[in-house]
Ligand binder design. Sequence first.
Ligand code: NAP
Length: 546
Amino acid sequence: MSVKSEARPVAPPAVAPDVEAIIVGAGFGGIRALYELRQMGLSVKAFEAGSDVGGAWYWNRYPGARTDTEAWAYCYSFSKELQDEWDWPERMPSWEHVVAYQRYVVDRFDLRRHIQFNTRIKSVVYDEATGLWTVTPEQGEPLTCSYYVSAAGLLTVAYEPPFPGLSTFKGQWYQTSRWPKEPVDFTGKRVAIVGSGSTAVQVLPVVAQTAAHVSMFQRTPNYVLPGRNHPLDDAQRKGIKANYDAVWEMVRKQVFAFPMEKANRLFDNFTPEEHERIFDAGWEAGGFRFVFETFDDITSNERANAAAAEYVRRKIRAIVKDPKTADLLSPRYPFAVKRPPLGNFYYEAFNRPNVSLVDVSHDPIEAITAKGIRTGSEEHEFDIIIFALGFDAVTGALTHMDVRGKGGVSVKEKWEAGARTQLGITIDGFPNLFMLSGPQTPFANIPPVLEAAVTWIGQAIGKVRDSGQRSIEPTPEAVEAWTRLMQTLLDQTLLGRGAEVGTWFLGANIPGKARCVLFYFGGAEAYFNELNTSIERGFPGFALSP
Ligand code: NAP
């Protein structure tokens, strides 16, 4: 496939846009896009619902929030000066440090003046007559633009507590994804945490330090890997800075864009003793090194996967003293078909006298009452309830906003049966609309994927301008092919089994949500190659229009 229209200069638009590009969201993606488009000389305006930059990190300021990715690759690579100037204090930065970094970037590159904070966008509508997008905030005047960049994030729309009776609860309740700026005092309080995903796993050990008692309501256990966060000393920081080119080279080649080497080991080529030794090393190294530095076929070979699963279960039994609790915490489904959380003394927290596990797998939560939580069999009393129920992930940010393309068709309607995109960045029928962290991009370390997508977007806009055209849009055939590829790639792994346990990367965590493959599972390197090839070949599968 090739670009359909001929490059032919056209007259300037009959209606000039208020601003050439609008970006919604000022997290990692929005900031990077703002920088790129300003470098290209475009007039750009960014809108952000929060009062500061941060994106997901602005909202998810819950106790214990920290990255699951090593600091030196959870950041931008576009500026050597930035790399040299910024110091990460810890291996896995806390949310404060991530937001401080983003603040530093917007000020360092003078981007803040282009961002309007405290502004939530309610609709984004394409006008076929003018070829412009009209972006309307909840409060304030609409603004038109030629290029619209959605950088509203993949974990933005919270799964609201679906339990009846919440308004009758006499205590305090919080959602982790909308945590208040003021500290919450747990001292002496009876606290419930509902959920046992990556977020809840981070909250529990921190809240347990001061609360009188914490009860975690778990429906499905997870394979929690030790994070092994630690402070970085001067020598470590210097070492990272001196080797940054090698770090990014590693990131570009690693399947999840992490700063890790390939294991270069297939499970079946090793003896059981060697398996144990290799898993031990991965477990001790901490974080996702257990997944990526042990065996390269851990998510595709049933035997490797089963051995990893059993290894984690053995660790749980070794750490958690109460055998019944250890058993309830032990998953029985394949390893990594739900995104494994990283814990910081998570399993150890269950040995505290003030922590208990409430298994709601067969005794579901029926209601929130004035006093607490009622399951089918019992009422539990609490002073504070924390909901960590996850998100209408990846597609939610676009389907919860009124985004309409050609013919007045909304993204919500377009994706009713599942997300469909080209390269995870564009949608047919939505000219000049670009997504960051949209569906069908790699399930991987987010900043490097965003940077690659932003580069592609900049090149695509450059192509439109250089060729004297006004818009770029994928062909329906290209979208169909990309969407089919998502299933083909998933089928080469065991990850499709996640549908049985409600995994969010298949849309299976939200009742009524269309089930589809929300990510590109071909590996980050292959995706980066796809984007580079698309640019080099002049955007095959896209139509340029006057
Ligand atoms: P999540 O993984 O979707 O977990 C939501 C939890 O709520 C699950 O344990 C789920 O149980 C439970 N739940 C939902 N409805 C329930 C109900 N009716 N009754 C009882 N439990 C219910 O959400 P999350 O923990 O916010 O994490 C989402 C993603 O965000 C992660 O996978 C990760 O990618 C990202 N994240 C990253 C970091 C980091 O990098 N540091 C930290 C936090 C989150 P079921 O499993 O049974 O559905």
